[in-house]
Design a protein around this ligand. Sequence first.
Ligand SMILES: *Cc1c(COP(=O)(O)O)cnc(C)c1O
Length: 394
Amino acid sequence: MTKTWRPATQLVHGGTLRSQFGETSEAIYLTQGFVYETSEAAEARFKGETEGFIYARYGSPTNDMFEKRMCMLEGAEDARATASGMAAVTAAILCQLKAGDHIVAARALFGSCRWVVETLAPKYGIECTLVDGRFLENWENAIQPNTKVFFLESPTNPTLEVIDIAGVARLANQVGAKVVVDNVFATPLFQKPLELGAHIVVYSATKHIDGQGRCLGGVVLSDKAWIDEHLHDYFRHTGPAMSPFNAWTLLKGIETLPLRVKQQTQNAAAIADFLAENGKVAKVIYPGRKDHPQADIIAKQMTGGSTLVAFEMKGGKEAAFALQNALEITKISNNLGDSKSLITHPATTTHKNLTDEARAELGISPGTVRYSAGIEDTDDLLEDFARALKQVIG
Ligand SMILES: *Cc1c(COP(=O)(O)O)cnc(C)c1O
């Protein structure tokens, strides 16, 4: 029955496990362990002969509900909920690799993701090549006999470049490599990497899935065979498990995901159009606009715009800072996907550790600003931006 549900229904009812009390809202099972009626029952559980939980590091009921709901939304067979988005990314990549293997990754990655492939993986003998992921020939040219994983996010942070996921998946399949997609910026509503041919999808649930700034979380989704072969034991024995309390917070958050993302997208689109007409703004990059440089790929693989807007102030860092400081409703923060509108200056915050050259490669200039739309009233946001831009000199 659940297969035919549409996302808004899945996200309210999917995966619910009701206890004997028949509670309406999902219960929080804050327990480390589980007890068995008999020694024989414990033996059978450990042998895998009976269904059930063993230890909360391996899995527990509230986490199970969150994982099942995410699987339904993503169209994945299985998932593991992790303590943060970075725990999900690190597990998804490292669990399937060994010394001597090679990763090809897009260079436009969330900062910590880039650290995992560029700095951490080589310490364990796993090589990595970073490419400009916008062009398929770059992926193809980077392939080596030992290439096992392709890793990308699309749209990218912070400049909202887009990567042809189906194209990358075709190349990966030719050499038997797995494609891992960090789908945070698109959200599970606007892009389905598994349908496009990717093998593994990861999320920072900290972003739109919580969407209300409360807790960290992550999730890795794939087919059952890959999870059984690669992630299952890694997850059990290295311990990136999510707290059941956070799983519950995220379960409740995800119920309203479609409502929030819809309003955020409407707000982002309105702000993008408004900024594009403003004389103090040099350029706007928004996946929902026809003037996005890769509008053709967006039309092929995304079903909605974005809750984020990237733009460049003509007056550089000074103008970017002045705008951020003058905004009242939109708060300065490096987070994104929140119900509150947030704005960040990547060059001095999220991407400050990159060299000037690396930033330039990613299209991050001193005037680049990233806006994450909240769920506020559209007109209030537009008025706030109009007022703040007037205060920017030049
Ligand atoms: C935030 C983010 C992460 C990391 O998630 P955390 O929950 O902060 O660990 C990874 N990838 C992308 C694209 C993100 O935006």
